[in-house]
Design a protein around this ligand. Structure first.
Ligand code: GAL
Length: 380
């Protein structure tokens, strides 16, 4: 009941039925592409390439099964971040039942980065296998020489089989899996302790670690990081990719151990790395979390909730869940929070909550805007 009241309050305060106007970003509104069709790129990310923005995301279909991949990853392009051109399907699911990328699998949170050395666009995405729910916890790789695709599917992995995280104490590096964990609640003090002490890392050591909600981040020195919810969504892993971005280098850390973060999105501002993430409430929104670090590997320090709205808005991050943070090209200190307002009963109707990141006492914060455009950053 409380949830219902809360949700209608948020809906009233920040859900706007109006369609997006040209040149303007209207969070939560239907967002028509150049063909007048609501953009279909959920859990997305944006890559800036040659003065153009490319928005990649999950192509959803109608209905309550619409979160399963029937099409693949959709891509759009834009010059001003408000008006988007449909560039078609970048990565397609296949009919071949022997392929892991068969229709009806789950493809979530696709992110694309460009590798200068190999002149290749590299896409990673959270991949779950057909008919297995969220059990596999894989990360998938696809590559293309053209930014808009078609991307060629390469593989899906549980990363770091047989490799310990760099920051796990030696005392926890044992391979005992005899512990009976049945009935243990991971959020209870006992569960938390087990998690912090690396129970899941040990459990998955041989097979490879879980990789669910994910993002990619390329640092100024060209090094790329794959950041994902691991360990039953209890702990994030920050993993370095190889120079061609197509493999895991083997260097990774556990981050915010036992704090159950999902939906990580990272940006760099004045030499510091900031992360906005969410808690773990499935398609329902929850309060965003802000953390800061001096290096992607951490340690990450929690800075609290970045939302500055009404109580109801803060409790739901303006009814959204983070997916990416866009650095605005040609502008300093200009970043955009990209969030999803999921609609699991009709997945295709999911809305996009994009808000400018503002700074308060040097720290990133989020405030609601009914509508805005990138000239907001001219004041910086
Ligand atoms: C969310 C996650 C989404 C999706 C959903 C499924 O927590 O962020 O990407 O996996 O759970 O319930």
């Amino acid at each position: 009941m409380i949830k219902k009241i809360l949700s209608s309050m948020v809906m009233l305060s920040c859900l706007h039925a109006v369609a997006q106007q040209k040149g303007v970003i209207t969070p939560g509104a239907i967002w028509p592409d150049n063909k007048g069709v609501h953009i279909n790129a959920h859990g997305g990310g944006v890559l800036v390439h040659k003065n153009t923005y490319y928005w990649f995301g999950e192509h959803k279909v109608e209905g309550d099964e619409g979160n399963r991949a029937q099409v693949g990853v959709h891509v759009y392009s834009s010059k001003n971040l408000a008006d988007w051109k449909d560039e078609g399907v970048a990565l397609s699911v296949v009919e071949d039942t022997t392929s892991l990328l068969v229709k009806d699998c789950i493809i979530e949170r696709p992110k694309v980065i460009y590798n200068q050395k190999t002149k290749t666009f590299v896409m990673w995405f959270h991949h779950e296998l057909k008919g297995q729910g969220y059990k596999a916890a894989l990360t998938g790789l696809a590559i293309s020489k053209n930014i808009t695709g078609p991307y060629q599917y390469i593989k899906s992995v549980n990363p770091h089989a047989g490799i310990w995280p760099m920051n796990i104490p030696d005392a926890y590096k044992k391979t005992d899996t005899t512990l009976n964990v049945e009935g243990i609640k991971w959020k209870s003090p006992q569960g938390q302790k087990l998690t912090e002490e690396g129970y899941f890392v040990r459990r998955d050591f041989k097979k490879g670690q879980m990789a669910r909600d994910m993002t990619l981040f390329v640092d100024d020195d060209g090094k790329a990081y794959h950041i994902h919810s691991s360990e039953n969504n209890q702990t994030l892993h920050v993993a370095e990719l190889t120079d061609d971005y197509q493999n895991f280098s083997g260097k990774y850390t556990r981050v915010l151990e036992g704090k159950a973060n999902e939906a990580p999105a990272i940006f760099k501002h004045e030499g510091k790395y900031y992360m906005i993430s969410s808690g773990t409430t499935g398609w329902d929104p929850n309060p965003a979390r802000l953390s800061v670090a001096d290096h992607p590997f951490g340690p990450w320090k929690e800075l609290g909730d970045p939302s500055r709205g009404t109580v109801a808005e803060n409790k739901t991050t303006f009814w959204s869940q983070s997916t990416y943070i866009i650095p605005v090209k040609g502008k300093k200190n200009a970043f955009i929070y990209m969030g999803d307002r999921w609609t699991p009963k009709n997945a295709i109707d999911g809305r996009y909550i994009w808000l400018p990141i503002l700074f308060e006492d040097g720290k990133p914060i989020l405030k609601w805007f009914d509508s805005w455009d990138i000239s907001i950053f001219n004041k910086n």
